[in-house]
Design a protein around this ligand. Structure first.
Ligand SMILES: [Zn+2]
Length: 127
């Protein structure tokens, strides 16, 4: 049995639903699901205080959905996630040393790769 957590704001006795974490290195407040255990820079917030949360000057607030089933991710989040995954899956060199036609070497490499898959012959020499 887990003990109900209370909002950390003064004079507020509502049950906490979110945990606010201050990431000082990035000047970011992360408002996410209730943390499993209390950490030094974490503050439990009730739904009201979590909703009214405003970031300090120069800080950014990142709100995470408390429950994936309760609040589905927005299309923006999915798009951002997809972009991040694409970038991670494509380690294309952004700076080519002295390349006259950017992009051309990559296409050649791809075609070679496809040929090798289609033709698993006895060609041992690479051209
Ligand atoms: Zn509260």
């Amino acid at each position: 049995m887990s003990i109900a957590r209370i909002c950390s704001r003064a004079a507020c006795h509502k049950p906490a639903v979110s945990t606010l974490t201050y990431v000082y290195a990035d000047s970011t407040c992360v408002l996410g699901p209730l943390a499993t255990y209390a950490e030094p820079h974490c503050y439990d917030l009730c739904a009201d205080h979590a909703d009214r949360l405003t970031a300090p000057n120069g800080w950014e607030v990142i709100r995470l959905a408390p429950d994936p089933a309760a609040a589905g991710p927005s299309s923006d989040d999915l798009e951002a996630l997809a972009n991040a995954v694409r970038e991670a899956a494509r380690p294309l060199p952004r700076q080519e040393p002295g390349a006259g036609t950017p992009g051309a070497p990559v296409e050649v490499a791809r075609r070679r790769h496809l040929r090798m898959l289609q033709d698993p012959g006895a060609n041992s020499s690479e051209g």
